[in-house]
Design a protein around this ligand. Sequence first.
Ligand SMILES: Nc1ncnc2c1ncn2[C@@H]1O[C@H](COP(=O)(O)OP(=O)(O)OP(=O)(O)O)[C@@H](O)[C@H]1O
Length: 762
Amino acid sequence: MQVAALDNLHISLQTLPREDFQKIYEACLEDKVRCIVCGKPVKLYLGLTEEPSFYHPNKLENQTCQREEQTLPAEMTPVDTNQYYSEQNGFRIPKSRAIATLEKPTVTDWKTLKTLQGHAPFQPQTIAPTSILGIPLDAEQKEAVTTVNGPLLILAGAGSGKTRVLTTRALYMIEEMNINPKSIMLVTFTAKAALEMKHRIKQQTSLQSSQLNQLVIGTFHSIFYKILHHHDRQKWNGNHLLKWDWQKENYLKQACREFGIDEKEFPFDQALQQISYWKNTLLMPSDVKPNDTFEENALSLYTYYEEQKLSHGQFDFDDMLVKCYELMNENPEVLSSYQNRFQYFLIDEFQDINPAQYNLMKILSSHTRNLCAVGDDDQTIYSFRGSDPTFILSFKEEFPSAKIVHLASNYRSDHKIVSAANAVIEKNKRRLSKKMAAQYETANEPKCFFPYDEEEEATMIVQDIKEKIASGAQPDDFAILYRTHTGGRAIFERFVQSSIPFVIEKGQNSFYERKMVRAVLAYLQLSINPDHVSALTELIRPLFLKQSALNDVKALSILHDCTLVDALLQLNGLPAFQMAKLKKVIPRISHLKKKKPVEAIIIIEKELGFNDYMKKQGNEGNAMDKGSDDIHDLKVVAKKFSTVESFLQHTDHMILTQKALKEKQGSQGVQLMTIHRSKGLEFPYVYIVGAVDGSLPHDFALEAARKGNYDYLEEERRLLYVAMTRAKEHLLLSAPDNRRNRKAVQSRFLKPLLTKSSGSLD
Ligand SMILES: Nc1ncnc2c1ncn2[C@@H]1O[C@H](COP(=O)(O)OP(=O)(O)OP(=O)(O)O)[C@@H](O)[C@H]1O
């Protein structure tokens, strides 16, 4: 059905602007929209398989009313296109009569799904199946397993069975070559991968646990921490570990005070990331050459941080690598004792190795050169942490005698997915040339869909998943991948509304708890409740007041018997310009509640000085994580609400839900995660959201490319490649027409996949 009624207004999907579809969808969830034939509530279908329509959940009712709708008098069908809008109940309706919204859709029409085109036809391969220790392997996998001595690089493309190869290789070495398990070190990037390897090895062998336990399998950090601990138990005692960022930040804050850096305006999280980057690339404070003021400040903090750590006998995670490298490098007798113990080295995810890890492994294996590195240069996605693809790209130069084995058969994904992923990644210039070949093909096609914006994108995905579950799929079969945590906000909210079980990344905070978002919400909270203590606490910094002002305001509110907001005007001893500013801002706070949430946010930004505050926060210069981007995202949500009160109810509900999930969350359900987290995983159905410029590729990469540095853009392309190759049979990409309330441009990475006839990429 194309027409329904909301508060006696007829709404036609033919003429309703696309930007209002989501609002109507939500009004339908609240049973506010009714069938024009029978008067019962209807729902709005916003999914992928059909065009939008109103429907009754009851099939019979649906058929009857659909039939009857055809016979309704003509005036029920909207025709007039020359009317203009007024607003009622938050919806735009024509001024002159109350039938439907008649203006021709101003934004975008409904676009049907497009197939993502790969460029190669499927070529069935005749792989001579072989096996080792009863484990099926192809010829290349077998070669990778049985080449035990000397340097070996296994270039293992996505889905080519590298885990199978690594575990079989370890077993082959022990069982077939009688190598002492004690002399083998298998290093992984995550504790989860280490556990998975141990589990698979145990499953595939009849060897005794006592023998298998001698095999050293662990992450870089766990293995090298054990070595340091063994060497000096007193110093490398877990109690001395700086585990949490807040512990490190305390040192940085002390340093700020000492060096006169304005603590309030310094982005400590970025500084910690920068320090960690320097350490992992083996740059000591004396080696760093700062590029800008931020790096100059970060360097001063780095020096101070290291001194404090040393004087308190503490260490951090990065020290586990850096100090172990120093230990080996500076003490030949220690190095040789470990070389006597270890003769064979296997490194997983070699493309993500950083200089500290690489140098450590190189020095440890220098006596035998039995170094087996497994990786895929197309999956390097951690360079912001110091990972350096150069090590995999120049392995042959570093080890001229090295053998290189290519694993190019993809056992995971359908041919059309592999072919589309190949078409994306082959545009990267800095890579080892290779092409993955799928092992099977089904009738499924990877597709791209074009929602109006982030909100509609989330609705469409949840609807699609509902339909697929109704036809037999399990919630666990699905993953929804996004570029950044905030990119998952709308999806999270739609899952909270649905009854589908879902899982989010552990420990993730709500979008509404982000620093800038919290501050904007605080203005709105105070407009409704001028005695909201925690909102006032949030506002102290945006109002450029000292932290001590908070207690003064509380005392003044008692003394003058006024609200906390009014007490701000009673503050003494402020410079005249600041008092003048407060006099301008404070009286306006209470008016915000009368505005629509979006308008209120714009007033906060532009008229109450919030934009100035954001600019002074330092991270506006960091294109990766801008406060203003968060506020744009907040406005996308706010648009759906007509009152500040209902908007705040929503944000509170979301914060509480996410907190509850943090404490108690099952492990079964649709997986919501960043692309980074999805590395190494596979799912029958994968949705990739936000395939538009600015999101994927991220703005900061586009910015760098504009300045002539294409490295980040290549890494963004690799991210898309990793995301696409997580899908086994079904891949769906979404390219919304709008993002952050602005017209969006489809991701440049989709160009090779969407033919010109799609008309939208020119
Ligand atoms: N020789 C083989 N025959 C059949 N299936 C295989 C073979 N090798 C691997 N597989 C299957 O292919 C899938 C991908 O393997 P695996 O997870 O080890 O890939 P990967 O190389 O680690 O992938 P990625 O790097 O993309 O995470 C798994 O389901 C695995 O069981």
